[in-house]
Design a binder for this molecule. Structure first.
Ligand SMILES: [Ca+2]
Ligand SMILES: [Ca+2]
Length: 104
């Protein structure tokens, strides 16, 4: 009897988890960000006098997570070096020994 309770608990947990995963699918976009869309629908019936009113409400929640892999504060989508923090990138194109960033 005790094992049946555990079996039913795990079965119900798996069932609800599969429902949640069905409606909340994470999708990776081309720019490396992840988008999660959650949709829930609720309907209600009410009767006022002789009129029956059906109300359906759709709620769509979209969560987009932008990644910053190197943690330099520049999102991967616009970061010229997504795996190296920009503070470590030094350019001296005219070879005069002064970092180009400080010559402007
Ligand atoms: Ca970055
Ligand atoms: Ca970077």
């Amino acid at each position: 009897m005790f094992k049946i309770k555990y079996f039913l608990a795990f079965f119900l947990l798996g069932f609800f988890l599969s429902i949640v995963l069905h409606f909340a699918k994470a999708e990776v976009n081309n720019d490396g960000s992840e988008t999660t869309v959650t949709k829930s629908t609720s309907s209600s019936n009410s009767t006022s006098g002789s009129n029956k009113i059906d109300t359906t409400t759709d709620v769509v929640t979209q969560t987009t997570v932008q990644k910053d892999s190197d943690g330099d504060g520049i999102l991967d989508a616009v970061d010229p070096h997504p795996n190296i923090q920009e503070i470590y990138i030094v350019k001296d194109d005219n070879k005069n020994g002064i970092v180009d960033k400080f010559e402007k």
